[in-house]
Design a protein around this ligand. Structure first.
Ligand code: DOR
Ligand code: ZN
Length: 346
């Protein structure tokens, strides 16, 4: 296939940051996607409707002139979130979900929840008003091997949570394991986002010829058998699986550091990366539904009507992109990629 025309996609899991970083990265997402679910892990996090309203205004102000983009906001769940906060945010119409980070699991998660079982009043409210809960599904305990943290989260917390709140709509974000795929397939009212890096790479890439900090994200890349399981899920046509890049910009100096940050930057070339992954298993015919239909259907939003074109052609991913303080290294920097996305406003 040389050319693929599909409905304009959305990104159902995105980190945009704030200030100068936001201005540096937002044009990439706006070119690739019509809408995105915006992660609330700022410092301090987006915890209230007032925070979300102000952050949304800053995002809108950073959209390049003449472009259209809809940020779908989320609230960051803390030990102190009240049911009233959730109800007010939901009533706004532009806050679409609540994000759960276990305290200490990842970037800016120190305000996160210390014990998920303490949030039952919140989950009850969310189930009642039918607001989705987005999970960073990893345990944080030091006793648990970093490669097992998703599987153990499902066993220890997610299965009981779904038993307590069977109708609560849940997105298990950035899934990385065959265990997560199986759980999502078996349970009701649950979906999962899948990133390009988890479709394209196993954990071997982290140590290829030396330590490779630009492939370090959380949840960490897993064994090849897990990559194959999520690739199979993404390309299966099952509406429970949809696109979420988890594009997470950190400057080069924060990544190439004695204690490097977690996050891969893919907003520049997300659709091209997904196209390569789908093509690798002859499943390009399944890309449109994964990228453009399953997400809005889950979130109960209309599908986009415009189209994008992906063309089979070779170009080189830049070594570095402009970013405050130090450059931003995109995923697979300096390598050839064999698809190119074009979007012209209709
Ligand atoms: O790799 C990651 N980066 N995983 C996360 O959960 C957070 C994200 C970030 O904000 O940098
Ligand atoms: Zn994320």
């Amino acid at each position: 296939m040389q050319e693929l025309k599909i409905t304009r996609p959305d990104d159902w899991h995105l980190h945009l940051r704030d200030g100068a970083a936001l201005k540096a990265v937002l044009p990439h997402t706006v070119r690739q996607f019509a809408r995105a679910i915006i992660m609330p892990n700022l410092k301090p996090p987006v915890r209230s409707l007032a925070d979300a309203t102000a952050y949304r205004a800053r995002i809108m102000a950073a959209i390049p002139a003449g472009r259209q983009f809809e940020p779908l906001m989320t609230l960051y769940l803390t030990d102190n979130t009240k049911p009233e906060d959730i109800i007010a945010a939901n009533a706004s119409g532009f806050v679409k979900a609540v994000k759960y980070y276990p305290a200490g699991a990842t970037t800016n998660s120190e305000f996160g929840v210390t014990d998920i079982r303490k949030c039952d009043r919140i989950f009850e409210t969310m189930q009642h008003i039918d607001m989705p809960l987005l999970l960073h599904g990893e345990v944080t305990s030091n006793d648990i091997d970093v490669f097992d943290r998703e599987k153990v989260f499902i066993e220890q917390y997610l299965i009981p949570l779904k038993q307590r709140f069977p109708k609560l709509r849940v997105v298990l974000e950035h899934i990385t394991t065959a265990d997560a795929v199986q759980f999502v397939l078996d349970a009701n009212n649950i979906a999962a986002t899948i990133t390009p890096q988890h479709l394209l790479f196993s954990r071997n890439i982290l140590f290829k010829g030396g330590i490779q900090p630009h492939f370090y994200c959380l949840p960490i890349l897993k064994r090849e058998q897990h990559r194959q399981a999520i690739l199979q899920a993404a390309t299966s046509g099952n509406p429970k699986f949809f696109l979420g890049t988890d594009s997470a910009p950190h400057g080069r100096n924060r990544k190439e550091n004695s204690c490097g940050c977690a996050g891969c930057y893919s907003a520049l070339h997300a659709m091209e990366l997904y196209a390569e992954a789908f093509e690798s298993v002859n499943a390009l015919d399944k890309l449109e539904a994964f990228a453009s239909f399953h997400g809005p259907d889950f979130y109960q939003l209309p599908r986009n009507t415009e189209q994008i074109t992906l063309t089979k052609t070779s170009w080189c991913i830049p070594n570095e992109l402009p970013f405050p303080d130090s450059g931003l290294v995109p995923l697979r920097a300096g390598e050839e990629i064999t698809w190119q996305m074009v979007y012209k406003r209709q």
